[in-house]
Design a protein around this ligand. Structure first.
Ligand SMILES: Cc1cc2nc3c(=O)[nH]c(=O)nc-3n(C[C@H](O)[C@H](O)[C@H](O)COP(=O)(O)OP(=O)(O)OC[C@H]3O[C@@H](n4cnc5c(N)ncnc54)[C@H](O)[C@@H]3O)c2cc1C
Length: 390
């Protein structure tokens, strides 16, 4: 077993860190304060190839292996989780789904522009009444001769207000339950498609979040991604990749917490000595380092399996569960190391905590990850409880 990165992976990681320190870090605090989605920065991410890293070069991507993609996401996550969200949604959820399930026509139409950052995409699965139980979604797609008419609502959709294309998951036949689900590539300029901004978030304030309304949105037959009945499989395969990306970003948060805490603890003095001299402060830093390294190894394992095309749903859930929870714990510890200074945004650690918090909720909550891991271990599906007896 070789745990070292290749020279090329090392280079990818170092250049991503340099890019993020130069381009993202200086803008993170102001974008967070202003709740501003930084479209210009998103375009820059596309320009440097960070929005389509694992997508084939045939469609405008960089054709990188999944571990290399994870290394880039780690650095973006270290700099700003709002920007990491752009990378995760665009690359893992949108481009990854189109590349895997799309026709040649769909791939050529959307992927080059998405990879370049010229267009943004969003992933519309969650609805006001269906979150964890995604298969119960109510958005309805009805046939209209050659095409489809889609009506329904989507909730909490990242990039929803700024995307040019939306992956919309919809039910084609409620009697078929999850076998009736389908996914559509809907241009957001289509009549009947409208969005509303969601504000007041605890964190990810510089990330765009929307509710979507679809009112008899007419699309052609070529908008269908995959086949009717593939919707649930498309959503689950997308989330397998999205979870990996979220986990990698959380390793970046943990790493940022360690660096900020070491820097602060070696500079700040109390009782005449640097904070770093106190054993209890070192213990907090050591706890962060252990969590960061464990999270990183779990992400590397999942990335390695993905790169080799091997099954990885359980390993990805393990990485997502551990890394997201670790990022919350590390950010909380980092604030503690900073004392009162950690409670304001002169330092990045309070933003790390606010931004980390959502990662245990989206792309499958921590409870859902545990149910996936438990199901793999026992063969029992505890996701849907038995109906209570009267
Ligand atoms: C900032 C933000 C961005 C998002 N971006 C997107 C996006 O781009 N696209 C998209 O489609 N969605 C997005 N989401 C939605 C997100 O994926 C959902 O919030 C998530 O899936 C949880 O669904 P829910 O909020 O409806 O919670 P619920 O499903 O109502 O869960 C509430 C609680 O019940 C628990 N629970 C639910 N079911 C079970 C069970 N079977 N067993 C045990 N516990 C259970 C959950 O773990 C949780 O603790 C985003 C959310 C946020 C906050």
């Amino acid at each position: 077993m070789d745990l070292r990165l290749t020279d090329q992976q090392q280079l990818i990681s170092e250049s991503a860190r340099e890019f993020c320190d130069r381009e993202i870090v200086p803008r993170a605090r102001e974008n967070d304060r202003a709740e501003r989605f930084d479209r210009e920065l998103a375009t820059k991410l596309g320009g440097i190839g960070y929005l389509g890293a694992p997508v084939s070069e045939d469609y405008g991507g960089r054709g990188l292996d999944y571990l290399s993609y994870g290394l880039i996401v780690e650095q973006v996550g270290r700099a700003d989780s709002a920007m990491r969200t752009v990378v995760s949604v665009q690359t893992s959820l949108v481009c990854g789904s189109i590349e895997r399930w799309g026709t040649e026509g769909q791939k050529h139409r959307w992927l080059p522009r998405l990879c370049a950052g010229e267009a943004l995409g969003c992933f519309g699965l969650t609805e006001p009444d269906t979150g964890s139980d995604a298969a119960a979604l109510r958005t309805r797609a009805k046939r209209t001769g050659a095409g489809w008419s889609i009506s329904g609502q989507k909730m909490w959709i990242s990039l929803g207000n700024v995307a040019e294309v939306a992956l919309i998951f919809a039910q084609t036949d409620p009697d078929l339950k999850h076998r009736g689900l389908a996914c559509f590539l809907v241009p957001t300029e289509t009549d009947g498609f409208s969005t509303q901004e969601i504000h007041g978030k605890l964190g990810l304030r510089a990330s765009d979040t929307a509710s979507l309304a679809l009112d008899d949105v007419e699309v052609g037959g070529d908008a269908l991604l995959g086949e009717i009945g593939d919707g649930f499989k498309i959503a689950m395969s997308a989330l397998d990749n999205g979870r990996y990306s979220v986990a990698a970003g959380c390793v970046g948060i943990c790493d940022g917490c360690v660096d900020a805490s070491v820097a602060y603890a070696t500079e700040r003095k109390q009782f005449g000595v640097p904070l770093a001299r106190f054993q209890l402060v070192q213990a907090m830093i050591a706890d962060m380092i252990v969590k960061r390294d464990a999270a990183r190894m779990l992400v590397y394992r999942a990335g390695d399996l993905k790169s080799r095309g091997e099954p990885n749903t359980t390993e990805t859930s393990i990485a997502k569960l551990y890394a997201t929870e670790a990022s919350v714990e590390c950010a909380n510890l980092a604030i503690q190391v900073h004392g009162g200074a950690g409670y304001v945004d002169d330092y990045p650690v309070e933003r790390y905590l606010r931004d980390a918090r959502v990662t245990t909720l989206y792309e499958g909550t921590s409870q859902i990850q545990k149910l996936i891991i438990g199901r793999a271990a026992t063969g029992e599906n505890a996701m849907v409880p038995m109906a209570a007896e009267d």
